[in-house]
Write a new protein. Structure first.
Length: 229
């Protein structure tokens, strides 16, 4: 079955593939951290009784969750320079670059999903905890930051990590703005050396192993933090 396969092309390309993997992991971690922060703010806005906050947050979440990630990347890469030129009046104004376009796009896209996860986590905290915090003299923000969010994040960690695994897979879309992640590096080597089967099989294997390990870790973590019934 593997007759004629050139496995040496993988070994020769490992340094270049590792550079691509470093980019993929870095973008994933940055977008995950930024997305969780923005998602938390959106969740608090959605749970707010003030319509001026909850309605725009709900609209943002519904819009981003209904839009393909690749389209969001296009928005920031192609439309932001046009908007900057229109606002500044400078026809030579530049955009924010492919990396920052991808980072902002993934941050805003994933924030919509993190928002719903975090909102569900906040709602899972018993109301008695909040009432007890108020009885101790804490205001809304103190109760939220010191009582609700720590418990909510404990319940949400496995789901947040699962969403981050999906984010790790989605970062392969950065090829549309000319960035080279792990998948992009494998594709370039495949095209350069004419070894598409070897490189794409290797890339699939790497993604499978990393995502499987991540999913196994999430499963074990969920078993540890879930109280026995």
């Amino acid at each position: 079955m593997f007759t004629g396969f050139d496995f040496d092309v993988i070994q020769r390309s490992l340094p270049y593939l590792w550079q691509g993997m470093q980019f993929t992991l870095g973008l994933t971690l940055l977008a995950m951290a930024s997305g969780i922060v923005l998602g938390t703010l959106l969740a608090l806005m959605r749970l707010s009784g003030i319509k001026a906050m909850s309605v725009p947050a709900a609209g943002y979440v519904n819009l981003l969750r209904s839009t393909p990630a690749i389209l969001v990347i296009f928005w920031f890469y192609f439309l932001v320079p046009i908007a900057i030129k229109h606002i500044s009046g400078d026809s030579y104004a530049q955009g924010i670059g492919p990396f920052h376009s991808a980072l902002i796009a993934f941050t805003m896209f994933e924030a919509a999903y993190y928002c719903e996860i975090i909102r569900a986590g906040i709602q899972s905290v018993p109301a008695g905890q909040v009432n007890a915090a108020y009885a101790l003299g804490l205001n809304y923000w103190q109760a939220t930051l010191q009582i609700v969010l720590p418990q909510a994040f404990r319940n949400m960690v496995p789901i947040l990590l699962t969403q981050s695994i999906i984010l790790f897979q989605d970062t392969s879309l950065v090829y549309v703005v000319g960035l080279t992640d792990f998948m992009g590096a494998a594709s370039k080597v495949a095209q350069r050396d004419g070894r598409l089967v070897e490189m794409y099989l290797f890339a699939a294997l790497v993604y499978f192993i990393l995502c499987f390990i991540g999913s196994y870790f999430v499963k074990r973590l969920q078993q540890r933090i879930t109280p026995p019934r």
